[in-house]
Design a protein around this ligand. Sequence first.
Ligand code: ADP
Length: 491
Amino acid sequence: MSTTKDRVLARLTDVPGPDGESNIVELGLVSEIVIKDDRVYFAITVPAHRAGELEAMREAAEAAVSGIDGIGTVTAVLTADEAPSSGTNGAAGAAHAPPAGQQPASPIASATGVPGLPGVRHIVAVASGKGGVGKSTTAVNLALGLQALGLKVGIFDADIYGPSQPRLLGLTGQMPHATPDEQKLLPLEAFGLAVMSMGFLIEEDAPVVWRGPMVVQALQQMLYDVAWNHAGDLDVLVIDMPPGTGDVQLTLAQQVPLTGAVIVSTPQDLALIDARKGLNMFRNVDVPVLGIVENMSYFIAPDNGKRWDIFGHGGAEREAERLGLKFLGGVPIHMDIRELSDAGTPVTAVRPDSPEAEVFKEVAARVWSEVQASQGVEAPVIKVSPERDTMRVTYKDGYSYDFTAEFLRVVSPSAEVQGHSAEQRVTVPGKRGVRIRDLKPVGKYAAKITFDDGHDTGLYSWSYLQELGLKKDKLWADYLAELETKGLSRD
Ligand code: ADP
């Protein structure tokens, strides 16, 4: 009886190679076949300069294998057969950002000029100069901290050499399903985060022997193959990068449309070369470094809660300043952080009021503030009317928008209101008479509005308010239509 691998290879003999004559198996182009349960991954080696035009061949190969009984998801990636030309293009000489046909309709601008990821507003990479400094732990708790700000957040585990997000989020052994049209993979969900990891497709403990170009191609493909926004657009996608600063990391930094990067370091490494290597890598490819998180910064004694500044106090901040970096915060070394991580229940999710979670939430608020600042929207002047039922927002460029309290309330960016498709969204009826009770700036990027019905979890960033101003009429019409469809009323 033939093995699944044999059947995969047999099907692939139906796919003509780049010469249009021999098939891709005969040409020896198929490699790295990985089969796990009903999922199949394989690579097709192509000349780097032809990767873009051979997208149809890649799709044909996927389709051929999908036809096999009992096979679910099939992912074929193109990998380059040539050494990278030179310069910072690094390992992925063949890289072609999103596969053809998946180009976003209206690319979001990104720091690198790479087309954006559809349905994802910002992508923040969490990187480290070397392994073991707590990069993955920081990435997941940062994602949860961002979520606690009322943002819709996802996490992409790109640490292909040691994917740990499935374990950190208690998702080990689970696997993603395809969307109903079978075009994309649905992210898994944990603690409200949309999660995708190579660990779902390959065994966590299986050694990955893929070559550099293959890794980048596979990661990129996967990033664009996931329906990140199936439950509503993401405000932020956190990427847990592979540790270190080699070709894979460099190429990813260059090929993924990053808003910015956060570097995680321990106090010792900060003073050494490792953190600086990470910093330079991003600077070389023009990705803004949002700042540095110092992990295992100090020790809190579990018995009496006393803080021990083992490495001295304030050194990291001074070092960050010297490197021209924002210091995003120091995370203590604490038993709970490790134990809860190992148990698949990150501290920020399950002990949100603990001092450790507070630290991660502060780091998240600073990261978000830097993300906003990197977008260059300057603080507008905001005036609430004496009746507190309208608000005028005037931007530096002279544009001014009037919003009713009711409108602001129903478009609150808090997760409970936004971030779902029209069918799923929680429609907020009965807000005709709502008033603005209080308005407070948050950092240098947003305002927090408290309404007199008690709602206060939405952060209205300057860029969000601007977006609202531009789309006001359409959003209002959509809301009225939604009320009607759901048989609800403004009163
Ligand atoms: P990296 O992603 O840099 O390899 P991890 O996030 O996997 O590092 O962390 C390495 C180990 O250190 C894990 O066992 C993790 O639970 C532990 N760890 C990380 N940060 C802390 C911390 N602040 N306090 C206690 N343990 C930590």
